[in-house]
Ligand binder design. Structure first.
Ligand code: 5GP
Length: 125
């Protein structure tokens, strides 16, 4: 089911459970505010998900409620992870936010995709 942009945070969502260590992940990076791990169903040779450790449903929720420190940590982590992941020829960042973007997991995550030429495709017609 897709995420309702205004839904309350669900502590049982899959990324909350990964953050609590209840479900394993292939960890790429961690600091006080951020965890990053490989997507279970990669859409490119490199497909990493970066999640804030705070309880944020979506980009919309994060942009309203996160502290400046959490936001800075998130943005800097994405850059650091990308540099450390041999993506020196480029990469794509995707954040699906809510129903129309087909967001499936109700905990903010940014997709880092790369490792091949991704093309210009952005949306399905
Ligand atoms: P969304 O459509 O919400 O932007 O993307 C959710 C992503 O989470 C998908 O790319 C999906 O493959 C990934 N995913 C879903 N469940 C798991 C899981 O248990 N572990 C990992 N590593 N990725 C997951």
């Amino acid at each position: 089911m897709t995420v309702d942009i205004h839904q309350p945070y669900d502590d049982d969502n899959i990324f909350a459970r990964i953050l609590r260590g209840e479900i394993p992940c292939k960890k790429v990076y961690e600091n006080d505010h951020v965890l990053a791990f490989h997507d279970i169903n990669p859409q490119a040779p490199v497909h990493i998900l970066v999640v804030p450790k705070g309880r944020y449903v979506s980009w919309d929720d994060f942009s309203i409620k996160a502290s400046d420190q959490e936001m800075a940590a998130f943005v800097r982590a994405v850059g650091e992870i990308s540099r450390d992941s041999s993506l020196n020829k480029g990469y794509r960042l995707i954040v699906n936010c809510g129903h129309d973007a087909d967001q499936l997991v109700p905990h903010l995550h940014i997709h880092i995709l790369g490792g091949k030429v991704l093309g210009a495709h952005l949306v399905q017609s």
